[in-house]
Write a protein that binds this ligand. Sequence first.
Ligand code: NAP
Length: 244
Amino acid sequence: MKTALVTGASRGIGSAVAVALAQMGYAVVINYMKSKDRAENLAKVITDSYKTPALALQCDVSDSQQVAKMFSTIKENFGGVDVLVNNAGVSSQKMLTDISVEEWKKTIGVNLDGAFYCSKEALPYMISKKQGSIINISSMWGQVGASCEVHYSTAKAGLIGFTKALAKEVALSNIRVNAVAPGVVMTDMMSSFDENTVAELKEETPLQRLGTPKNIADAVAFLVSDKAEFITGQVLGVNGGFII
Ligand code: NAP
């Protein structure tokens, strides 16, 4: 049985991705930071509903030592990961001049450094098996830049560069690396936006609706699947046409 690790899978998009991968038959490692109950509940639902192993593991992906520890637990339980979805993310909205050094470091740390640490730990096993798939959850704001989110846009743009460069580096080992760049998706991450702003974002989206976590999970499932066996180094926009 193949194993998938989804970082930040206790809520929102990551949680939907974990379910989609369980439906594809993967054993799933559900990484979380604070939401222990939600992660453990999701593991139970996956085990009961899809009859596939699921394990919730606490780890701050911005801390390389915690990531190394999480991977040694994964090694003991599953051998390694065949699919890595770097999904964990944080965001906040403020002018560049108001971003503290700590907030800058945290945003880059979770969204970008976390993908580096997890990929570095995941790759030796994938290389030894000559197969694997890494999906990085970027954002349309990493593609075009968002005002008042310079730290977030920088991290998400970094993930796109990371995806393209790593895809070239590991292709000879039959490992594919792709990114998904969501548009506006209704999750806790959007909770700081007021009703009017959300309505405006909806109106600005050509398809006239907001994305769901399942929309993003379906794109991840496609990229992981054999149907995408010739796709690597790409950024798949899942944004209702918000940026084209
Ligand atoms: P969310 O609902 O806020 O969930 C964030 C997830 O990340 C949670 O599971 C959280 O875990 C986890 N997390 C936060 N810090 C972490 C850390 N240091 N280590 C490990 N896990 C951590 O966000 P979402 O909307 O689902 O976003 C998922 C991804 O999609 C993010 O990378 C985000 O940037 C990207 N994205 C979202 C949107 C959108 O509109 N929602 C658009 C574009 C891109 P705990 O709850 O356990 O702390």
